[in-house]
Design a protein around this ligand. Sequence first.
Ligand SMILES: *[C@@H]1O[C@H](CO)[C@@H](O)[C@H](O)[C@H]1NC(C)=O
Ligand SMILES: *[C@@H]1O[C@H](CO)[C@@H](O)[C@H](O)[C@H]1NC(C)=O
Ligand SMILES: *[C@@H]1O[C@H](CO)[C@@H](O)[C@H](O)[C@H]1NC(C)=O
Ligand SMILES: *[C@@H]1O[C@H](CO)[C@@H](O)[C@H](O)[C@H]1NC(C)=O
Length: 189
Amino acid sequence: MATSTQLVTPLIISLCLLISATAAYSRKPHPRRPCQELVFYFHDVLFNGHNYKNATAAIIGSPQWGNKTALAAPSNFGDIAVFDDPITLDNNFNSPPVGRAQGMYLYDQKSVFSAWLGFSFLFNSTEYVGTLNFAGADQMMNKTRDISVIGGTGDFFMARGVATLMTDAFEGDVYFRLRVDVKLYECWY
Ligand SMILES: *[C@@H]1O[C@H](CO)[C@@H](O)[C@H](O)[C@H]1NC(C)=O
Ligand SMILES: *[C@@H]1O[C@H](CO)[C@@H](O)[C@H](O)[C@H]1NC(C)=O
Ligand SMILES: *[C@@H]1O[C@H](CO)[C@@H](O)[C@H](O)[C@H]1NC(C)=O
Ligand SMILES: *[C@@H]1O[C@H](CO)[C@@H](O)[C@H](O)[C@H]1NC(C)=O
């Protein structure tokens, strides 16, 4: 025969679980503080017909009114470029790269300079091994632009966050340097 204690104990336990679950749900969302912050630069040298050896990017698609050695007017609209750019820890083109930024940008607005980016950082250095994957709209005329860090592998397994881009330098259509402030809000390591 069950004693009253035997019946009451599970009841109290369930009640405690219910209260703690309710407390967890009513708690405020996570404070929006990154679990990891990293700063990188990457350097893009676009092929212009004369710089094959130095070029790290090439126009692979252009609108009917453009070509593959010059970005199309107006505002580069319709051009798609593929890149394999060195990543450095400071803004010096000649610093030893810690990885490669590989992917593409496509110019998708006729009225202003605006691109859509899809690329990965591939790290294979003593500091980091793995990848970070990025995607998002890059309204290039804005001083800072946020794109999504949609995932990662290796040291960045399952990472997610936001990357703030800043155009650190540009030389005509041939060279630009982006500063990338990576803020991860989900870290497994
Ligand atoms: C490509 O387009 C640019 C700008 O219109 C022009 O200056 C250049 O001569 C063109 N290049 C070729 C190979 O047609
Ligand atoms: C990473 O670097 C190591 C050591 O230099 C090399 O053996 C390996 O092939 C590299 N991996 C990639 C994916 O480049
Ligand atoms: C870019 O700047 C314009 C003008 O300052 C602003 O209206 C727009 O919201 C900005 N876009 C982003 C994505 O920050
Ligand atoms: C390659 O391009 C970069 C960026 O424009 C420039 O600083 C560097 O001098 C170039 N190197 C050569 C060999 O042309």
